[in-house]
Design a protein around this ligand. Structure first.
Ligand SMILES: NC(=O)c1ccc[n+]([C@@H]2O[C@H](COP(=O)([O-])OP(=O)(O)OC[C@H]3O[C@@H](n4cnc5c(N)ncnc54)[C@H](OP(=O)(O)O)[C@@H]3O)[C@@H](O)[C@H]2O)c1
Length: 254
């Protein structure tokens, strides 16, 4: 598949370059600094990319890149959510611009494009409920705002998914193609964290669900490489089971 990768210079973006190429995708990197990207990759990996300079806040630049390069799918790894409630981040404006650029390109093609966004674990549902984890533990609210935008889109606008990891650690800072990882593939589920450990403690008024979330949280740490590989594997087909939903993941082997 031909994939437009929006920003490739961050923690996830760099691993996505390696994972997408390893899975046989053609990669068009849409970055705000081509020079920075080149400095972060080996010559042999960089040579395999097509690079376009542009802003992730510019819907028209994204639309043009998709149409000119004939991309089939898009992955947005631009922006970083504010952790604290009072923190500021460009992420909601970036996601709004990406949605608009991809929507316009899909409308011109008369076919919605496949798009992966990165979210956070707080945008997943508390198992068995329609409330989000962030409704109980208010962190990373930008991801919830972005999820609300995606869910408000009319049908057949975007074939979107939002990957919702907890903390991601690096395995390595050598971005090789093919990738080398000693870790297993992730186990995933739509909407809720997979393999959630339920507890009667959730019934304690006011603090019960917070306790259960805290008990579970540390089990959901994964690596940046595992998440990049998850997206690259999913993009081997346009017929993904995760279209139109947020996706929880866990390293079930840990
Ligand atoms: N890392 C984690 O453990 C973790 C866990 C859960 C969820 N997430 C989510 O995953 C996503 C990616 O995280 P990350 O760790 O890869 O972040 P990161 O390392 O900070 O990378 C952010 C990327 O976004 C680009 N960027 C930042 N502001 C921009 C702007 N205004 N316009 C265009 N590009 C901009 C950066 O480009 P430059 O290099 O040019 O600055 C960089 O390529 C975020 O949404 C984050 O909230 C991360």
């Amino acid at each position: 598949m031909k994939v437009l990768l929006i920003e490739a210079t961050g923690n996830v973006g760099l691993r996505l370059v390696s994972a997408l190429l390893t899975h046989g995708h053609n990669v068009v990197a849409h970055v705000r600094s081509a020079q920075k990207l080149e400095s972060l990759l080996t010559e042999s990996v960089h040579r395999q990319l097509s690079v376009i300079e542009g802003s992730a806040l510019d819907a028209n630049s994204i639309r043009t890149a998709i149409l000119d390069k004939k991309c089939d799918a898009v992955v947005n790894s631009a922006g970083l959510a504010a952790v604290a409630l009072w923190g500021k981040s460009d992420l909601p404006r970036i996601v709004a611009a990406v949605v608009e650029g991809v929507r316009q390109a899909g409308a011109e093609r008369k076919k919605p494009l496949r798009v992966w966004f990165l979210g956070g674990m707080g945008a997943l549902h508390f198992p068995g409920e329609s409330s989000l984890l962030s409704d109980h533990v208010p962190i990373l609210r930008d991801h919830c705002k972005n999820l609300a935008l995606l869910k408000s889109l009319p049908p057949n606008t975007l074939d979107w998914s939002m990957l919702c990891p907890s903390n991601m650690d690096p395995e390595s800072s050598n971005f090789t193609v093919p990738t080398k990882s000693s870790h297993t593939r992730l186990t995933a589920s739509a909407q809720t964290p997979p393999l959630w450990k339920d507890s009667w403690l959730k019934n304690i008024p006011l603090i019960g669900k917070i306790i259960v979330i805290a008990m579970n949280m540390s089990r959901y740490g994964t690596t940046l490489e595992q998440n990049a590989d998850f997206i690259a594997t999913d993009l081997e087909t346009l017929d993904s089971q995760y279209i139109g939903t947020q996706v929880g993941i866990i390293d079930a082997s840990k």
